[in-house]
Design a protein around this ligand. Structure first.
Ligand SMILES: *Cc1c(COP(=O)(O)O)cnc(C)c1O
Length: 457
């Protein structure tokens, strides 16, 4: 039988070698005394295959990065071709065509007004760049009092110290609080908390009032507001109405504060448009893109910004206004080649249009969860859909986190050949765009069974 533990299987042998030397991300390693670790031998489209020959449908795009499947022939070809020409070169003083072409194409694709592209090598470092650039801009234009940032409750922007400072997921943040900078935290527009009968838009407008007063009262010391447009992914896939972004753009203009759009997770079609900001018709001052940027192949982050910000750094060297920030692998050519192949696929395959059919199918497949006695909320923005389990549907009382009910969904899904990795009590789908309607139905069945098992007692 597939997906059953086999004594002394290849999986187990490799796992033993693994736990002897590896320290895994976001993991209590002791869990692996009981919970098998799954070594993957190969990826093929939406499937991952382990060393015992079991296959898993990758419903979470390998941590939200993969867009067009594993070992995608077109991306593979592009990376292999690049490999034979140039694997890497310093990007200070030197340049290369993949970085130039990618910057040109990102400038053309992102909202008008974003005209400069700065590369880093992962999402967190890209977030750090947006924070440093914003602060430094205000220094350069003679506003040295601007030193603080505003973030939303329940937000996530990465794990390095400044990125963690502007995030608000306690699970990752609370231990390190003594090390972090002090930020203003505005309540989230997260529609989960709206009153019965209240529309998502009305709730977003209501929640915005606190943000407005933070800006009105403190704008002289505020550099920027940072948000994840439309979906707070690591914050349990909570979602909000685009009007919030519109109001925020207006207020940032009014109070002379930058708006940073962290589209690291939601960019490249996840919310139904190429970028989530498009749904609010806004242009941020900084936009950070990563994860799907390379189709999920290689680490890379692009920070897009405006000419106005760029010009505040542009001066004679001796004025010391330059942005002297770098990472060794900045703009790596292999990563840029993967990103260019990704943009090619968007261009030739009409991906955003085709995804509408898939996301409509996803919402139909999830309809039956709405009345489940232990489901409080079924929500979706484009190609991201989430089902939230609760102990009490009426009062929306959450299950105790120590019960780790999401883990039961995870384990059930593995036994059925699917990689679903709930966030707490929230089971979600964020699949590669090559998923088929039949595979969506299969995932919905697996999630249903998993939630039945997880809520049994
Ligand atoms: C994943 C993520 C990051 C951090 O990116 P890494 O590449 O993991 O450092 C930042 N912001 C958001 C919204 C993310 O989802």
């Amino acid at each position: 039988m597939p997906n059953d533990p086999v004594a002394n299987s290849l999986n187990q042998q490799i796992m033993q070698r693994d736990v002897n030397v590896l320290w895994h991300p976001c993991t209590q390693m002791k869990d692996h005394e009981k919970l098998p670790l799954i070594p993957i031998r190969r990826g093929d489209g939406i499937w991952l295959e382990d060393f015992d020959g079991n296959r898993y449908l990758d419903a979470i795009s390998s941590w939200w990065v993969n867009l067009f499947g594993h070992a995608n022939p077109r991306t593979n070809r592009a990376v292999k071709e690049q490999l034979d020409n140039l694997e890497h070169v310093i990007l200070a003083g030197f340049s290369h065509e993949p970085a130039i072409t990618l910057a040109e194409r990102l400038v053309a694709l992102t909202p008008p007004g974003l005209s400069r592209c700065f590369f880093t090598d992962n999402g967190s470092s890209g977030v750090e760049v947006t924070l440093k650039m914003s602060f430094h801009y205000w220094q350069n234009v003679g506003k040295p009092k601007k030193k603080r940032f505003v973030t939303l409750a329940n937000s996530y922007h990465g794990e390095t110290l400044a990125a963690l400072s502007v995030g608000d997921v306690d699970l990752y943040k609370s231990t390190y609080k003594p090390l972090l900078m002090d930020v203003f935290t505005a309540p989230s527009p997260d529609a989960f908390h709206r009153e019965p009968g209240e529309s998502e838009e009305a709730y977003a407008r209501r929640q915005f009032e606190k943000m407005r007063s933070i800006l009105a009262n403190n704008h002289e010391e505020i550099c920027a507001v940072i948000v994840e447009p439309l979906v707070q992914c690591a914050g349990n896939m909570r979602m909000y109405h685009p009007v919030y972004l519109k109001l925020l753009r207006e207020a940032c203009d009014r109070y002379n504060v930058h708006l940073i759009a962290d589209e690291i997770a939601v960019g490249f079609g996840r919310t139904g448009t190429l970028f989530a900001c498009e749904q609010a018709g806004i242009r941020p001052d900084f936009m950070a893109l990563s994860k799907g940027l390379t189709g999920g192949y290689l680490p890379l982050c692009a920070v897009l910004t405006t000419d106005e910000i760029y010009q505040a750094f542009y001066d004679d060297y001796n004025t010391m206004r330059a942005f002297l920030h770098s990472h060794s692998f900045t703009g790596n050519p292999l990563a840029c080649a993967a990103a260019l192949a990704t943009l090619d696929i968007f261009e030739t395959d009409n991906v955003i249009e085709e995804n509408r059919i898939l996301s409509a199918h996803m919402s139909k497949a999830l309809e039956r969860f709405i009345d489940h006695p232990h489901v409080a909320d079924v929500r979706q923005h484009g190609m991201i859909a989430a089902v939230e389990m609760v102990k009490d549907k009426k009062t929306r009382t959450a299950y105790d986190w120590q019960e780790r009910r999401g883990l039961r969904v995870y384990q059930h899904a593995l036994s059925r050949g699917a990689l679903l990795r709930p966030l707490g009590n929230v089971t979600y789908f964020m699949p590669p765009y090559i998923i088929t309607p039949e595979q969506i139905d299969f995932l919905a069945d697996v999630a249903w069974e998993g939630i039945q098992i997880a809520t049994r007692d």
